[in-house]
Design a protein around this ligand. Structure first.
Ligand SMILES: *[C@@H]1O[C@H](CO)[C@@H](O)[C@H](O)[C@H]1NC(C)=O
Ligand SMILES: *[C@@H]1O[C@H](CO)[C@@H](O)[C@H](O)[C@H]1NC(C)=O
Ligand SMILES: *[C@@H]1O[C@H](CO)[C@@H](O)[C@H](O)[C@H]1NC(C)=O
Ligand SMILES: *[C@@H]1O[C@H](CO)[C@@H](O)[C@H](O)[C@H]1NC(C)=O
Ligand SMILES: *[C@@H]1O[C@H](CO)[C@@H](O)[C@H](O)[C@H]1NC(C)=O
Ligand SMILES: *[C@@H]1O[C@H](CO)[C@@H](O)[C@H](O)[C@H]1NC(C)=O
Ligand SMILES: *[C@@H]1O[C@H](CO)[C@@H](O)[C@H](O)[C@H]1NC(C)=O
Ligand SMILES: *[C@@H]1O[C@H](CO)[C@@H](O)[C@H](O)[C@H]1NC(C)=O
Ligand SMILES: *[C@@H]1O[C@H](CO)[C@@H](O)[C@H](O)[C@H]1NC(C)=O
Ligand SMILES: *[C@@H]1O[C@H](CO)[C@@H](O)[C@H](O)[C@H]1NC(C)=O
Ligand SMILES: *[C@@H]1O[C@H](CO)[C@@H](O)[C@H](O)[C@H]1NC(C)=O
Ligand SMILES: *[C@@H]1O[C@H](CO)[C@@H](O)[C@H](O)[C@H]1NC(C)=O
Length: 476
């Protein structure tokens, strides 16, 4: 926790368990289109995008994620109330689990793979993300991470000068809020890794009218409310988002902006989060309205798939309980939602954490399963099958979970494969011991683990063949 420092204006005290900084917002840059030393990361020039690929409803989709806030808290904020008049309030939108990291993983990968904590993970290269779906149709993408020090940074977090106090250091950037960097299919491919960009790049890209067609934006730990309060977030929105809504290089009549939270703060109740659809692409007659259809983070995938006729991931994005497409999109593309809405008892409990088996859950470990390759997603297409994916290893074909924790092990995916782009080119560190929380250098360990990543199918086959406990013991 930080020391008490009043900056002249209201000092907001945290009303919740996480929010902790008794401090007022200060702008990190002169404007959202200005680069700033406070963002640390050198800019890497303007991103290069191909020609715009027309969508059925929108040509640009921007997701902005803020943190750990209950629905009612956000709804009580005047900034959110005013914004809601300009867009559609989705008041039955749910996160998929707790805590943060698994939600960020799910929003780009269609699953959180059992993860129930914010530790360091990486996900093998044959497990796909929305990036595979977008690139298959030449749709440009990027993620912009405030205070990430350089493009493709793979470190666990980054600590820099504290620009709010001007004294000491502060950890503003964390990997756990950067879903795509957790996937080797992004990190291990240079052209992709370098599209994981920082906020100085954002300033460049927006000035150059080069914001890609799909982007995911993560403000830093103070601006996203993680370490602060909803009032602090409101001040950041006033500084950053609200002026950008008038900037046609960011928001035009073919842009849809999804402003949402990663999770509800209170775990003992279901995981509803305050979510707004903003942007010039929202039909005039729907501005200031509420849509009570049951949506989840997977809806952001299925809606994008529907808009551009993409393939799917064959995971949560094709789970017809969880993948309702935003109605203003579904109505145009002809997708039929499941009819669940409001506070229907058909809404599953999405506050469950820790007990869901998966490769990122050491206490309930199962290997990575192939997606459901017979699913048909909201894009009307089949499932993207990555190179090296053994499609016969479906969830049903895998052995039951084992407790690696009881054997003194962490998940085999909890080590750092050591990929680093500090000089703008890929370097893979030589194998060293593993760690659950590698430092900010992005360097590190796990050469043998990288090998596992390259042959995840073989690893699974071995586990099945040898019997799980034996296989685990032999491999890890
Ligand atoms: C960094 O942030 C501080 C606090 O808002 C501000 O005074 C300073 O001007 C900022 N630096 C730049 C380069 O914008
Ligand atoms: C700066 O931080 C140091 C160490 O935390 C503290 O002793 C000092 O009083 C701080 N100075 C100001 C101006 O806040
Ligand atoms: C955005 O534009 C609207 C309408 O032109 C105007 O009322 C509003 O003040 C502008 N907002 C900002 C932050 O510039
Ligand atoms: C959207 O903006 C473009 C470019 O400014 C313009 O040509 C077009 O008429 C606008 N469409 C609508 C529906 O407002
Ligand atoms: C999840 O929410 C439900 C409904 O509000 C509640 O009954 C349950 O105890 C919660 N589960 C957990 C694990 O907190
Ligand atoms: C999320 O938490 C808030 C505050 O604790 C609560 O009012 C809200 O109903 C919760 N969401 C759901 C769906 O229970
Ligand atoms: C779809 O999601 C629901 C709710 O999380 C879950 O209970 C169900 O098992 C999922 N279906 C499949 C096929 O994974
Ligand atoms: C979608 O279509 C249904 C049925 O025609 C209609 O009731 C609903 O208002 C439409 N919703 C939107 C957001 O356009
Ligand atoms: C797994 O093992 C750990 C350590 O022995 C134990 O604390 C935990 O309860 C076990 N979990 C399950 C699901 O068996
Ligand atoms: C910047 O990005 C380009 C590719 O877009 C890459 O060739 C170059 O190495 C990058 N430089 C840095 C410093 O990230
Ligand atoms: C940042 O990473 C270091 C080393 O991995 C860890 O000890 C520290 O707790 C992390 N801090 C935050 C705020 O995540
Ligand atoms: C990254 O790709 C290289 C080959 O280009 C491969 O040798 C390595 O195992 C991969 N690492 C991971 C973590 O997938």
């Amino acid at each position: 926790m930080r020391s008490f420092l009043a900056f002249g204006t209201t000092v907001a005290f945290a009303s919740t368990a996480y929010a902790a900084i008794a401090q007022s917002f200060l702008p990190p840059a002169a404007s959202p289109e200005s680069s700033s030393a406070n963002y640390t990361g050198q800019t890497n020039g303007t991103i290069s995008n191909g020609p715009v690929v027309q969508g059925k409803v929108f040509d640009r989709f921007i997701q902005i994620w803020i943190e750990n806030t209950d629905f009612a808290t956000a709804a009580s904020s005047p900034v959110f109330q005013n914004l809601s008049k300009e867009g559609i309030l989705l008041d039955s939108f749910y996160a998929v689990t707790h805590p943060s990291e698994p939600n960020y993983i799910a929003a780009v990968g269609g699953d959180f793979f059992g993860s129930a904590d914010d530790n360091f993970y990486h996900i093998p290269q044959n497990i796909s993300t929305v990036v595979d779906l977008l690139e298959a149709k030449n749709i440009s993408w990027a993620t912009y991470q405030e205070n990430m020090p350089y493009d493709g940074f793979t470190g666990f977090n980054f600590t820099q000068t504290d620009y709010l106090t001007g004294n000491g250091t502060y950890t503003y950037y964390v990997r756990k809020h950067n879903g795509l960097i957790i996937f080797d299919s992004v990190t291990n491919v240079t052209d992709r890794a370098l599209r994981v960009r920082n906020f100085n790049d954002f300033a460049n890209d927006v000035k150059a009218d080069d914001i890609p067609q799909w982007s995911f934006i993560t403000p830093n730990l103070v601006n996203d409310g993680h370490d602060t309060t909803i009032d602090f977030v409101g001040d950041w929105l006033n500084f950053w988002l609200i002026p950008l809504l008038n900037e046609t290089k960011f928001n035009n009549n073919r842009t849809v902006i999804l402003l949402t939270f990663d999770e509800n703060e209170t775990q003992s109740i279901n995981n509803r989060i305050y979510t707004l659809v903003l942007g010039g692409g929202v039909p005039e007659n729907l501005r200031g309205t509420t849509d009570s259809t049951f949506y989840t983070h997977y809806s952001a995938l299925s809606s994008v798939e529907a808009n551009w006729g993409l393939q799917s991931l064959g995971r949560g994005d094709t789970n017809t309980t969880m993948n309702n497409v935003f109605e203003f999109v579904a109505n145009v593309t002809g997708w039929k939602n499941n009819g669940i809405s409001g506070n229907s008892s058909d809404i599953p409990l999405l506050n469950i954490t820790g007990t869901i088996p998966g490769p990122l859950n050491a206490a309930h470990y199962i290997p990575f399963a192939a997606p459901n390759t017979s699913a048909v997603g909201a894009g009307g297409q089949g499932v993207f099958v990555a190179q090296g994916l053994n499609t016969s290893l479906s969830a049903a074909a895998l052995p039951g979970p084992v407790n690696l924790t009881a054997q003194g092990q962490i998940s085999p995916w909890g080590t750092d494969p050591g990929i680093n782009y500090a000089n703008g080119t890929k370097v893979i560190a030589s194998p060293t011991a593993s760690s659950t929380s590698p430092g900010g250098s992005g360097g590190g360990s796990g050469g043998s683990n990288a090998a596992v990543g390259a042959r995840a199918g073989a690893e699974v086959a071995l586990l099945v063949g040898l019997g799980v406990v034996c296989g685990v013991a032999m491999l890890f």
